[in-house]
Every structure is written in structure tokens, then in C-alpha cells.
Design a protein. Sequence first.
Length: 156
Amino acid sequence: MNVGLYDSIYHREETGVVKAIATEPQQTTLAAPSTFEKLAADLRVIADERRLCILYLLTSGEQCVCEITEALGISQPLASHHLAVLREAGLVRDRRDARWVYYSISVERMREISERFGLLFDAERVRMRLAVCAAQVCSGIGREEEIPAVGRKRMP
């Protein structure tokens, strides 16, 4: 999905008024809605502090439940519950060896989530621009606007 956005060039006049001059529209490609739905689902899974701690522990390698419970100071059933949530989300893998279960982080899923986070939390993608009213964009009015030094658009 492409959305036309006006980039703005800012300069301060000697009067202290900031002028913003809209340049030609630039096309910004938005990620598919499913990308944000998946990211939101992943965020719900990792939003729990204990799950974040478990993921952090697993970055150092495979661990059994007893190691996780000891490190976090939680009960085995609670640790197993959190591990099950992480496993269902595909963030954690398990390996059974007789009666023991060992858990490790899913590197592929972590890369996938990292890429999705990059869509929003990449400082290099952030652009400074002046918001332009859709009516002004469509009609071509307001190509040059005076804005008070605090950065707000003056009402006509």
C-alpha cells in the first residue's frame, strides 16, 4: 500500500517564525496489515516480564525447567506455563530426553521478530515532516505555511 506524503523543509526567519515549505509528495510503502498483526501477537507473548527473562536465559543456550525455575525464583508449574506459551508462539523449542525436557530459543523466529521490529523501531527510517491537511493536499492550497516557533500550524 502506498501513501503519498509531503516532506517539508523547515527554516527559521529572523522574526522567529518557522516556515515550512512542502515539497513534492514522496511515496512511502506501508507494510501489509498482517505484518503488524503478527508483530502485535508476538508483543503480547513477550510482554510478560518472566517470559522476557526466560528468553534472555535461553540466549545463553539450552536449559531445563529446573535451571529456569532456579534462575527466576518461580515454581516449576509457572515456568512450564510460560514455556508453553513461548513454545506455542514458536519462540522456544523443546527437546525431550527420557523424562527431562530441554528448552532452547528459536533463532529463526527471533530473526523474524527482529525484522518486524525494524519496521517500526529503526531510527534511520524516521523523517521530520510537517503534517499537511488532506484537503490542502488534494486542492493544492497551503503549499507554504507559517508556523509559530513552537512548531504548531496556525489556524486560518
